[in-house]
Design a protein. Structure first.
Length: 513
């Protein structure tokens, strides 16, 4: 080669013919005279990658070739395989041993976990969704297996997902996608399960951050209009998303935008409603009852106040009628009887789905009937026994053990905060309930380290503290807990603004840095 001593500098043709070359360019004279095509002077180089054994003090080896695309691809495939394994482990633990279900299965009829199938289809299509799912997966598996590096990586992925979410929201097409809608949901799930561990030290309360994600998802849904959720992934995500979205409005005691008839009718033009869908149709009206009670209590004009009171009572009875119809016609009576007979020592995936829907029913009863009794006032003692919220608090305490069993998986843990939280709020609002056996039974689940009971307890405590002035991480006193519960339910006048400003996703991302 050129510049290499002892090697022929002739053209490739002359070298092959073993003839002397006159080195003319671009074609040598020898080839021209012989009437041959000159093959030129470029050599085909062959590199051999040899690992030199360490010698002396310097054991470093210098690669003889640069990194090739093939090596980069191999590394990418290894990373991809790792991610696939992490996600596989997460889904295996989300609803363990869930069978392949027919449309008549309790899991399909009653659970709110069907979004998982859609996420599996979409997670490769959007970077924000992929990052958020990896954050949730690593956070879950890391805590289960006590692997701190996975927990730390989960938080890093969470922060990266927030950043990517901000980018996507500014994109003219990505913000409308199904993938981005469910990304906000997964980020909220991360906050619910692990926000107390990873976020409080950054100055953003767990409940506040969770609520911000829920309101963000709601805003995306409303921008898309009801017609965008008639079929496909859009319908599946909407149908499975209403429950956790309405919780934020229960907390705020503000009418839920998706309670409008169009949002109850249009998305189901082509797909029949499940018993779960029909019960959630009732539940989405509950925040409106809470708001109407607050308006009634704050009304100064006595005549208008009475008018509001009568209208509220009428609306509560309407909800009561729908609840009774659902219980008689669509509730999982047979499955509940079977669960009661077997006990909750080894619940199946179907048991967890049944427990999740019936506790939603009981939670709706607590909120509806506590509002009804406050509106009726002194005559509430004459109401039917079924309107006593204490009855449903006890029922919840007797079944939520299912959610904390290892076989309930992550889905069980996600199903626990709403019924436990609402039951505790009601029990804390009066002296007998505050010191009741039912309350102590509910609180006892928070000590279950192995099964995420502590995570649920931290989230509910953050929810309880959220909105206090000044905010504090110090536990409330017993009297403070009672006063807050009474204020929230409307037993005593509520202090301060109902709605608190929420931090944006961008400020959350900055807090991670």
């Amino acid at each position: 080669m050129v510049g290499v001593p002892g090697r022929s500098k002739g053209c490739n043709t002359c070298r092959k013919r073993k003839k002397g070359c006159d080195l003319q360019r671009p074609s040598c004279g020898q080839c021209i005279k012989a009437g041959l095509e000159c093959a030129g002077y470029e050599r085909n180089r062959i590199f051999v990658n040899v690992t030199k054994p360490p010698t002396g003090k310097d054991s470093r080896v210098t690669a003889l070739v640069p990194v090739t695309p093939a090596l980069v691809q191999t590394r990418s495939l290894s990373q991809s395989a790792f991610e696939e394994r992490i996600l596989e482990l997460f889904w295996d633990g989300y609803m363990p041993d869930a069978p392949i279900c027919s449309p008549r299965s309790p899991i399909m009829r009653y659970s709110n976990a069907d979004w998982a199938t859609t996420v599996r289809d979409l997670y490769r299509t959007d970077a924000a969704l992929r990052l958020s799912l990896l954050a949730l997966s690593l956070g879950t598996i890391g805590r289960r297996d006590k692997q701190q590096w996975m927990i730390d990586d989960g938080l890093k992925f969470y922060c990266n997902a927030l950043t990517e979410m901000n980018v996507a929201l500014r994109h003219p097409k990505r913000w409308k996608s199904d993938a981005l809608m469910v990304t906000s949901r997964i980020l909220g799930f991360y906050e619910l399960l692990y926000g107390a561990d990873d976020r409080e030290r950054h100055g953003i309360s767990q409940a506040e951050s969770w609520e911000g994600h829920a309101l963000g998802e709601l805003a995306l849904i409303m921008q898309r209009t009801p017609e965008a959720h008639i079929d496909g992934h859009g319908h599946d995500l909407y149908a499975s998303g209403r429950l956790h979205l309405v919780i934020s409005h229960v907390k705020r005691r503000r009418r839920f935008p998706l309670s409008h008839p169009a949002w109850k009718i249009v998305p189901w033009q082509n797909i029949p409603k499940t018993p779960k869908d029909i019960l959630i149709d009732v539940f989405v009206d509950v925040p409106g009852l809470l708001e109407d009670l607050d308006h009634m209590n704050s009304c100064k004009d006595l005549e208008e106040k009475e008018s509001r009171r009568l209208a509220l009572i009428k609306e509560c009875w309407r909800v009561d009628e729908e609840l009774n119809w659902w219980l008689d016609n669509l509730s999982p009576k047979k499955e509940l009887e079977e669960l009661a007979a077997r006990g909750s020592n080894s619940p199946t995936a179907c048991d967890v789905a049944v427990a999740s829907i019936i506790t939603l029913y009981w939670t709706t009863c607590i909120l509806t009937y506590s509002t009804l009794r406050l509106a009726i006032g002194t005559k509430s003692a004459e109401l039917p026994e079924r309107t006593d919220p204490r009855l449903y608090c006890t029922k919840i305490a007797n079944i939520v053990d299912v959610f904390f069993h290892p076989s309930a998986g992550t889905f069980g843990i996600q199903s626990a905060p709403l019924p436990i939280g609402m039951a505790l709020v009601y029990l804390n609002s009066y002296e007998e309930g505050f010191n009741s056996e039912t309350k102590f039974k509910l609180v006892s689940f928070f000590g279950r380290t192995a099964n995420n009971g502590i995570s649920v307890g931290k989230f509910l405590m953050s929810t309880q503290r959220d909105g206090l002035k000044p905010k504090t991480s110090v536990e409330l006193s017993p009297e403070g807990i009672k006063a807050k519960a009474k204020s929230w339910l409307g037993v005593i006048p509520r202090e301060g603004p109902v709605c608190q400003p929420l931090r944006s996703a961008s400020s959350q991302a900055l807090a991670c840095q």
